[in-house]
Design a protein around this ligand. Sequence first.
Ligand SMILES: Nc1ncnc2c1ncn2[C@@H]1O[C@H](COP(=O)(O)OP(=O)(O)OP(=O)(O)O)[C@@H](O)[C@H]1O
Ligand SMILES: [Mg+2]
Length: 270
Amino acid sequence: MSASVDPNQYTVKHEPYYEAVGDEIALYEAAYSARMPMMLKGPTGCGKSRFVEHMAWRLKRPLITVACNEDMTASDLVGRFLLDKDGTKWQDGPLATAARMGAICYLDEIVEARQDTTVVIHPLTDHRRTLPLDKKGELIEAHPDFQLVISYNPGYQSLMKDLKQSTKQRFGALDFDYPREAIEIAIVSKESGVDEKTAAKLVQIAHRARNLKGHGLDEGISTRLLVYAGQLINKGVTPLAACSMTMVTPLTDDPDMRDTLNAAVQTFFG
Ligand SMILES: Nc1ncnc2c1ncn2[C@@H]1O[C@H](COP(=O)(O)OP(=O)(O)OP(=O)(O)O)[C@@H](O)[C@H]1O
Ligand SMILES: [Mg+2]
């Protein structure tokens, strides 16, 4: 990527379907108008990424998403010199591209990145709004429309893997969770194509399973998995097989826990 990257390729062209669960759209709009860096907290598959896509579309900003992992280096975000036949050429990383372009940059699962990687976002997320490209000897002044958004799953981090307070305290934050019943039914039905009656059963099974979190399950059944179940049912798979494939087998290998979950499925689809 160079300074002349076409923002069009990052534009969200069609409205991503997002069912609001509260006043998160207005709150995010206010945060964006202050160009406040934002942290979206919540369990896997509850709508954080979909929300960012929707907001980028609403705010008409390009969206650059980076999936973070522990092997990621600062250069992966900021950029590096590459060798080509004419010698060395600087290539902006996604964060530098977003800062120049005025995009929303979404760092997904930031907690996975090492701390020496995470600190590169510090000067971008305070009054400076700059990104130093140390190797190149350049200081990027972020475009006025640039915003940084990170996601964070509060269930996952250990003492070894958590964001430093000096990172956390650069962000405003919104809590996300599985939507309340009526909204989740609407989402599952709309996203998978099953009728509301079937979607309601899937949601009720999820409610039972979510009570098992901390009692043998690390995470509840996500909205994403309910959509998967609905999609298989919509393809003609029997509800029992569809639920087993999407709402039981991915979650746990413990035979007792699988029995418990399958029993919940049986109650609604048996
Ligand atoms: N409020 C919502 N409106 C519309 N769809 C939703 C909503 N919440 C969840 N979904 C559905 O759930 C799926 C998973 O949501 P998403 O990918 O945004 O989860 P996530 O919170 O980013 O999870 P992860 O932390 O694993 O990345 C979406 O693809 C969508 O089908
Ligand atoms: Mg996501």
